[in-house]
Design a protein. Structure first.
Lengths: 116, 111
């Protein structure tokens, strides 16, 4: 079955530590996205990528970094510069968004990040 | 930027009734609007998309309407079941056509 796999499901970060969240898709989608979800809030866009080796900042990119070396993979690193990283992180993909803006997004089941 | 408003209070209804959820937006009318379902601890799942030239869209027990004059979409679940209990999110195209999501409304269907 095609889909998006996020790992790990739960992650704990120590002070000053960088952590990386994994996101893999086998849907052959060009576009991938990272969102952050806090209780009672909507999804906020962190980074997105339209194509391999290209990515753009979203609304709340500070303290995060990404890479897109392969079409299937879009890992997110939460750096020590992100002072409030506790949240539910969701990865999504879609066929593409420019010219395909009405395509639905397919989501993984998220990673819940907490501070130790 | 587009502001999306969904009722933050949970909607409680009895099994078998029709649930109606509201999504209001404040700025320009979007070319389309999407609805998603999200269960606790899971990612959202796409349900329906409705375009600006469509007044209504149906899928099984789901019906979505889109009123560009009122700047509103209504999401209906007929003959609701406890398994329909979840949070429902609406999404509109934002910058670079990437969907911007509302906060969602929680639906609780009581047996």
């Amino acid at each position: 079955d095609g889909g998006i796999t996020q790992s790990p499901k739960y992650l704990f970060r120590k002070e000053g530590q960088n952590v990386t969240l994994s996101c893999e898709q086998n849907l052959n989608h060009d576009a991938m996205y990272w969102y952050r979800q806090d209780p009672g809030q909507g999804l906020r866009l962190i980074y997105y990528s339209q194509i391999v080796n290209d990515f753009q900042k979203g609304d709340i990119a500070e303290g995060y970094s990404v890479s897109r070396e392969k079409k299937e993979s879009f890992p997110l690193t939460v750096t020590s510069a992100q002072k409030n990283p506790t949240a539910f992180y969701l990865c999504a993909s879609s066929i593409g968004h420019r010219g395909y803006g009405n395509q639905p997004q397919h989501f993984g089941d998220g990673t819940r990040l907490s501070i130790l | 930027s587009q502001k999306i408003e969904q009722n933050s209070e949970a909607l409680n209804i009895q099994e078998g009734k029709t649930a109606t959820l509201t999504c209001n937006y404040t700025n320009y009318s979007p070319a389309y609007l999407q609805w998603y379902r999200q269960d606790p601890g899971r990612g959202p799942v796409f349900l329906l998309l409705i375009r600006e030239n469509e007044k209504e869209k149906r899928k099984e027990r789901l019906k979505v309407t889109f009123d560009t004059t009122l700047k509103q979409s209504l999401f209906h679940i007929t003959a609701s079941q406890p398994a329909d209990s979840a949070t429902y999110l609406c999404a509109l195209p934002g910058g670079s056509y990437i969907p911007t999501f509302g906060r969602g409304t929680s639906l609780i269907v009581h047996p």
